[in-house]
Design a protein around this ligand. Sequence first.
Ligand code: ZN
Ligand code: ZN
Ligand code: ZN
Length: 150
Amino acid sequence: MTAHDAPTWTERLRAAGLRVTSRRLAVLDALDAHPHASADEVYARTAQTVPSITKQAIYVSLGDFVEHGLIRRLDPPGSPARYETRTEDNHHHLICDECGAIVDVDCAVGEAPCLAPSHDAGFSVRVAEVTYRGTCPECLARADALVAQS
Ligand SMILES: [Zn+2]
Ligand SMILES: [Zn+2]
Ligand SMILES: [Zn+2]
């Protein structure tokens, strides 16, 4: 297990009032290493270090972590929920419509909500979810190659 500078996962689990278990640490380490992973991907990676872990346990852990603010859940259109440990900033995502690639992009404002609605209907607005959708460089290059072939 790698050392973290900032509070370790052990410390952060304790601060959140969650029991520190090797499973929970394995899930968090897997997410640290592979941001924007789906629950199935987290399961596949965690099972390499904790073979006895079940998919159900992964779902429960991910739900607990989201609830306690240890991780962030995102719901890309048309694909399963993804999870990441980068929760401290108000960053956004670029999502490729072709292959589903997800890339972090820093928020130009840095704090939520970074977009003012045209009117707020009396709401106290907490967050604006910003997702940039388009085509990633790999898919653009593949499209160019196909055009060049024809
Ligand atoms: Zn793509
Ligand atoms: Zn992200
Ligand atoms: Zn923003």
